[in-house]
Write a protein that binds this ligand. Structure first.
Ligand SMILES: *Cc1c(COP(=O)(O)O)cnc(C)c1O
Length: 427
C-alpha cells in the first residue's frame, strides 16, 4: 500500500468519505486522492514523495504559487501579534480600502471567511434591500453551498427550481429560478413574466465551476439591462474570477458595473477570507446600520487579512496580469496545437490566469455543452497526467489555474506531458 492509499483508508474512519470537501475524494475520476505534504512555487509533493506541477492552486487562491515568501512572511508577522481579536483592526481597513480602490463598483465592502458566506450574505442583502424573495441563477454556476443556491432547473423555464441536495427545503428552492447560461431569450421571458418579484440575478460572470464557460456580451448586457428595468440587483459572483482574470476582475473585462460583487479565493491568498460589497445605498442596509443581519466571529481575521494584502500588493504590480495571461495562453495554445496535431476532439481556452480544457470539438457555451464532452477520455487523460507528475483538477467540470510561479519551461514541460497523455487517450 502506498502512503496515499494508507492515509485515504485512515481518513475514511473519522471523516465522511475521507475528505473535508467532496471533489477532493477523486469520486468522478476514480482512484486514490493524493495527500499533500508540501508546496513550493508551482509544485506540490504528496505523501509518497512524488512531485507534481500543480494546476489546481487550492482551487484558485494561490495566484502567486505555493508558499510565496511575501505572503508567508506577512502571515508569520501577523501571527506573532495575536491570531484573532473579534474586534476592529487597522489592517482590515487597509484591505477594504484597497479592494474599493481596485474595483470601482465597490463603494463599501464587508469581509467574511468563505465564498459561501459571501454569496449567502449578498443574496440576503439583495432580498432585504428590494423586499422581494425570488432569486435567478444559471445552470452549471456554483455559488457555494447555501440552501437557496443548491437548486437546479425545474421541468419548465418558468417553474420553480428543485433542490440539488437533500436537506434543502422545497420552500427555499421555490424561490430560486434557474435558467440556461448565455440564453438571452430565456432571461427576457422570465423577467417579463416575473420581473417584479425578482430580488436579484446571481451569476458567475465567467463560469469556472462547469469547467470554464465565458458569458457572451449580449447575455451580460441583457442581465444588466433587465435587472435595472425591473428594480432587481445584479450580483457578480467573482469568488473565482476576482483578481484571477485581471486586476479589474470579470466586471472590468465586461465593462459592467454590478450592484453587488462577491469575492474570495485570490483575495485571501490561501487563507480563509472572502468579501461582498457594492453600492453604498445597498450595503448600508447591513447591521449595525440597517435591518439585514450578518456577522462572523472570525470575519476580518488578522492572518487572513495579512495574506490577502500581501497577495494583492504583488498582483497589482505593473505587468503582473499581462505576464500571467501570456503564460496561461501559452499553455492553452500548446494544448490546442497538440489536439490539432493528433486530430482528436480536444481544445482549451483561457482568461487571465484561468483555463478550461475540453474533450470536445469546440469550447462550450453552456452546461449542456459541457455535459456532452467526453468524460471517459478526460478521466484517462487526468490519470495519465497525474502519473507523469501533472496535477489537474480531479473532475472534467472544473477550471484550471496557472500561477505567477509557473515558468515558461514548466508550461512547455506540461505541454509535452499532455502530448504523451493524449496519444494514450486517443488509443
Ligand atoms: C469557490 C466558489 C464559491 C464558494 O466559495 P467557498 O470559499 O468554497 O465557500 C462561490 N462562488 C464561486 C464562483 C466559487 O468559485
Amino acid at each position: 500500500m502506498s502512503n496515499n492509499e494508507h492515509l485515504f483508508a485512515r481518513a475514511q474512519r473519522h471523516i465522511p468519505g475521507g475528505v473535508n470537501s467532496p471533489v477532493r475524494a477523486f469520486g468522478s475520476v476514480g482512484g486514490t486522492p493524493r495527500f499533500f505534504v508540501r508546496g513550493e512555487g508551482p509544485y506540490v509533493w504528496d505523501a509518497d514523495g512524488k512531485r507534481y506541477i500543480d494546476y489546481v492552486g487550492s482551487w484558485g487562491p494561490l495566484i502567486l504559487g505555493h508558499a510565496h515568501p511575501a505572503v508567508v512572511e506577512a502571515v508569520e508577522r501577523a501571527a506573532r501579534n495575536g491570531l484573532s481579536f473579534g474586534a476592529p483592526t487597522e489592517a482590515e481597513i487597509d484591505l477594504a480600502d484597497l479592494l474599493c480602490e481596485l474595483l470601482p463598483s465597490l463603494e463599501q465592502v464587508r469581509l467574511v471567511s468563505s465564498g459561501t458566506e459571501a454569496t449567502m450574505s449578498a443574496i440576503r442583502l439583495a432580498r432585504g434591500f428590494t423586499g422581494r424573495d425570488k432569486l435567478v441563477k444559471f445552470e452549471g454556476c456554483y455559488h457555494g453551498h447555501a440552501d437557496s443556491l443548491l437548486v437546479k432547473a425545474g421541468s419548465g423555464l418558468l417553474t420553480f427550481g428543485n433542490p440539488s441536495s437533500a436537506g434543502v427545503p422545497a420552500g427555499v428552492a421555490n424561490d430560486t429560478l434557474v435558467l440556461p447560461y448565455n440564453d438571452v431569450a430565456a432571461l427576457e421571458e422570465l423577467f417579463s413574466a416575473k420581473g417584479s418579484e425578482i430580488a436579484a440575478i446571481i451569476v458567475e460572470p465567467i463560469a469556472g465551476n462547469m469547467n470554464l464557460v465565458r458569458a457572451n456580451p449580449q447575455f451580460v448586457q441583457a442581465m444588466r439591462r433587465l435587472t435595472e428595468q425591473h428594480g432587481a440587483l445584479l450580483i457578480y459572483d467573482e469568488v473565482m474570477t476576482g483578481f484571477r482574470v485581471g486586476l479589474q476582475c470579470a466586471q472590468g473585462l465586461h465593462g459592467i458595473t454590478p450592484d453587488l460583487t462577491t469575492l474570495g479565493k485570490v483575495i485571501g491568498g490561501g487563507m480563509p477570507l472572502a468579501a461582498f460589497g457594492g453600492r453604498a445605498d445597498v450595503m448600508s442596509k447591513l447591521t449595525p446600520l440597517g435591518p439585514v443581519y450578518q456577522a462572523g466571529t472570525l470575519s476580518g481575521n488578522p492572518l487572513s487579512v495579512a495574506a490577502g494584502l500581501a497577495t494583492l500588493n504583488e498582483i497589482r504590480k505593473p505587468g503582473f496580469f499581462e505576464e500571467l495571461t501570456a503564460k496561461t495562453c501559452m499553455l492553452t495554445e500548446g494544448f490546442n496545437a497538440v489536439g490539432r496535431e493528433l486530430n482528436i476532439p480536444f481544445c482549451a481556452q483561457s482568461v487571465g490566469g484561468m483555463f478550461g480544457i475540453y474533450f470536445a470539438e469546440q469550447v462550450p457555451d453552456n452546461y449542456n455543452d459541457v455535459m456532452n464532452s467526453d468524460r471517459a477520455r478526460f478521466n484517462a487523460f487526468f490519470h495519465d497526467m497525474l502519473e507523469q507528475g501533472v496535477y489537474l483538477a480531479p473532475s472534467a467540470f472544473e477550471a484550471g489555474f496557472v500561477s505567477a510561479a509557473h515558468s515558461g519551461a514548466t508550461i512547455m514541460a506540461t505541454i509535452s506531458t499532455a502530448r504523451l497523455a493524449l496519444e494514450h487517450a486517443k488509443r
